[in-house]
Design a protein around this ligand. Structure first.
Ligand code: ATP
Ligand code: MG
Length: 208
């Protein structure tokens, strides 16, 4: 595969969208094609599934949630990610499979070996670099409150859910230190951006 897959992960309000924008600009400055995408979503089918997943009107069982996430992700990989990697683009995804280990695994309590099996069967590819923006749950939620707007179905979960999500993310990072770069996202936005771009540069040096 000629391209690279970079995922940006973290809890609510960690600063993923802000980091995505900075990384996108930095990749383009290298003269490389950048494909910025997100999960759940990234395709017409995936965005429709996202609508189902995030609509507070629906009560969704944990296993259905996991399978819907992977249905959207399988479509994302075959329709967008693989073709982009094949033509040499760097794909930048706002969330990817680690989010299922964190939310459906840690948050909902699904056995991580089942998530791993779906990852192997339905998705098959791992990111070359995963930037984990790690921030205290309260601080992340306070940032979202500052941004305004309605809370989606998952954002309405209780605090202990998000504490488990955060713990699962950190555990993933600890288990795969080569792939992950954990960034303290409680810093100022300028410091977070600098750390994110340094992580990208360091990874890019390894790749070339
Ligand atoms: N380091 C930071 N310090 C203070 N505020 C920040 C920081 N990073 C982002 N913000 C602000 O916090 C809010 C949430 O940031 P952002 O939308 O990037 O987070 P997110 O991780 O993408 O959230 P979501 O989980 O909803 O997608 C925005 O209003 C953003 O401007
Ligand atoms: Mg966002």
């Amino acid at each position: 595969m000629k391209g690279r897959l970079i995922s940006v992960e973290g809890g609510e309000g960690a600063g993923k969208s802000s980091a995505m924008a900075a990384i996108g600009v930095a990749i383009a400055a290298r003269g490389v094609e950048v494909v910025s995408t997100r999960e759940p979503g990234g395709t017409a089918v995936g965005e429709a599934i996202r609508g189902l997943l995030l609509d507070p009107a629906h009560a969704i069982c944990a296993n259905s949630e996991l399978l819907l996430m992977f249905a959207a992700r399988a479509q994302h990989v075959c329709e967008v990610i693989l073709p982009a990697l094949e033509r040499g683009a760097w794909v930048l995804s706002d969330r990817y499979t680690d989010a299922s280990f964190a939310y459906q695994g840690g948050g909902r309590g699904i056995d991580p070996s089942i998530v791993a099996e779906l990852e192997r069967w339905a998705v098959g590819i791992k990111p070359d670099l995963t930037v984990l923006l790690d921030v205290d749950v309260h601080r992340g939620h306070a940032r979202l409150a500052g941004r305004g707007g309605e809370r989606d179905r998952i954002e309405r979960e209780r605090e202990d859910f998000f504490e488990r999500v955060r713990a699962a993310y950190r555990q993933r990072a600890k288990a795969e230190p080569q792939r992950f770069r954990v960034i303290d996202a409680s810093q100022t936005q300028a410091s977070v951006t600098a750390a994110v771009l340094a992580a990208l540069d360091e990874a890019a040096t390894r790749w070339t």
